[in-house]
Design a protein around this ligand. Structure first.
Ligand SMILES: [Zn+2]
Length: 142
């Protein structure tokens, strides 16, 4: 039992930069529920690579505006022992995810709870972000 939910702890979602020392983080509980559904489905631990970003860390990522990470509404994760493509295919069926990104090189999935009217799915290849088209899905087995 974690101190936030069955499988997660507050510390899993903190900003990882040395400047804020993880103080004052936010996390949207809807995301925690989504991650619990992933754990339950695969019966494997979910590894959170990045969740909340403080404003200083957001700036270091060279984002031109405040990302959803700063609002605690975005998470990068993988599932232990599960190919990233398999984890992606299940995750995108979970209701409430309005932004989802596939990062095959970095081996993680981005999910966020942006407003439904801004729904989006993308892939990052090298430094390039593109829409997750049917062609890309075929290419990566999604
Ligand atoms: Zn920070």
């Amino acid at each position: 039992m974690g101190d936030l939910s069955e499988h997660f702890n507050h510390k899993d979602f903190k900003c990882a930069c040395p400047e804020c020392r993880g103080e004052g983080f936010k996390i949207h509980l809807g995301l925690v529920g989504i991650l619990e559904a992933v754990v339950e489905h695969f019966q494997k631990p979910v590894k959170i690579k990045s969740a909340f970003w403080c404003e200083a860390f957001n700036e270091k990522q060279k984002k031109e505006k405040l990302s959803l990470h700063v609002k605690g509404k975005a998470v990068h994760f993988s599932v232990e022992g599960i190919p990233i493509s398999e984890a992606f295919k299940f995750t995108e069926t979970i209701p409430g995810i309005n932004g989802i990104g596939f990062y095959p090189q970095e081996e993680f999935i981005h999910i966020d709870t942006r407003p439904v009217e801004k729904k989006d799915a993308w892939i990052k290849e090298g430094e390039r972000y593109s829409p997750l088209t049917q062609d890309k899905r075929r290419q990566y087995g999604l």
